[in-house]
Design a protein around this ligand. Structure first.
Ligand SMILES: Nc1ncnc2c1ncn2[C@@H]1O[C@H](COP(=O)(O)OP(=O)(O)OP(=O)(O)O)[C@@H](O)[C@H]1O
Ligand SMILES: [Mg+2]
Length: 316
């Protein structure tokens, strides 16, 4: 009986690209990552966000096996990272936050070196190099030293290097730092394509517009995960619900309107309500105001930005 239940739980875990439980890293007395739990599903685009020093890179370095956790466990596709580092490395494409390319090697030589390190050789290696040069518009730079590339082209090469062995899981630590808007867009279009191919992506960024593109997000602060969910869920959690803006002629008791959880803001001009579901409640609220003799001048859902949601969480 035990065997049967173990089989079931193993099968379940294999659908997870990354699983961390109680993952902790201490540097001396300082706790950089403090008992975090993560479950990232295969094929997901998962964003790890948080201010400088929150512990994002340290978390990533434990997932990739670069550093050893002080406590807790981490598995990649069900494989224990600490026990099977080499096996896990083959499954991961890792783009570190700091420049990791060999500056005195050319673009092509960097691709070849990293390809070899990942166990590629012969025709397959050459095919992958050629493919990377085309996919990331690097062919014209193939003979240039990596150290002589512009910032954006270096980032393109770093991404190409991370992908050279066609990994199932991509871990990207601020891939778009110092990258101009058109190239940032190109990167994200590329990430979406990779997701469609079934690859899993764990990405960190300080750009909130990028984070909106993630399937799910975790917000880290001082080594802890303080919020997790889809961008929509995170905004809801931060505000305690959806926001509706209302401008009304006549007397109303906002708290008594349908679906109202609380009053977010009130002035002579407008009322901002927190409701359980904006799209569902908007017509009900308009009806309720009108049936009590009031006149609705304006009623609309309020767009909450991720930035606002995060500031709210950080404030708490
Ligand atoms: N090797 C180390 N020795 C001591 N302290 C470290 C070490 N690595 C990281 N830290 C500390 O751990 C904390 C978390 O650092 P980490 O690099 O994980 O943050 P981050 O969220 O990636 O920040 P950023 O957005 O700036 O990249 C920081 O206070 C950092 O100084
Ligand atoms: Mg970092």
């Amino acid at each position: 009986m035990t065997i049967a239940s173990e089989t079931v739980s193993l099968e379940f875990k294999e659908t997870l690209a990354i699983e961390a439980k109680g993952l902790t890293k201490k540097f001396g007395n300082f706790i950089a990552v403090d008992h975090i739990d993560l479950e990232i599903k295969t094929g997901e685009n998962f964003g790890l966000l948080g201010p400088n020093g929150a512990g994002k890179t340290t978390t990533i370095r434990m997932i990739t096996g670069v550093i050893k956790p002080t406590e807790g466990i981490v598995r990649v596709f069900g494989i224990d990272v600490m026990r099977h580092r080499k096996r896990v490395l083959r499954l991961i494409g890792y783009m570190p936050q700091r420049f990791s390319l060999y500056e005195d090697l050319t673009v092509e030589e960097n691709l070849r070196l990293y390809g070899r390190l990942q166990g590629l050789s012969g025709n397959l290696l050459e095919e992958r190099i050629s493919n990377s040069l085309d996919r990331f518009y690097l062919r014209e730079f193939r003979s240039r030293l990596a150290g002589k590339l512009s910032g954006g082209t270096k980032q393109r090469l770093a991404l190409a290097v991370a992908l050279v062995h066609n990994p199932k899981l991509l871990i990207l630590d601020e891939p778009t730092a110092g990258v101009d808007p058109p190239l940032r867009r190109m990167f994200w279009e590329h990430f979406r394509e990779l997701n469609k191919e079934g690859k899993t992506i764990l990405v960190t960024t300080h750009y909130m517009d990028e984070a909106e593109n993630c399937d799910r997000l975790a917000l880290m602060n001082r080594g802890k995960i303080i919020a997790m969910g889809t961008p929509k869920e995170i905004k809801r959690k931060a505000m305690g619900g959806d926001l509706i803006e209302l401008s009304v002629d006549g007397e109303i008791v906002p708290e008594n309107l349908p679906g109202v959880i609380s009053v977010h803001e009130i002035s002579d001009e407008r009322i901002v309500l927190v409701v359980d579901d904006a799209s569902l409640r908007l017509p009900d609220i308009v009806k309720a105001v009108e049936s009590s003799g009031g006149k609705v001048r304006m009623a609309a859902p309020v767009h909450v930005s991720l930035e606002e949601a995060f500031i709210k969480f950080m404030g708490e």
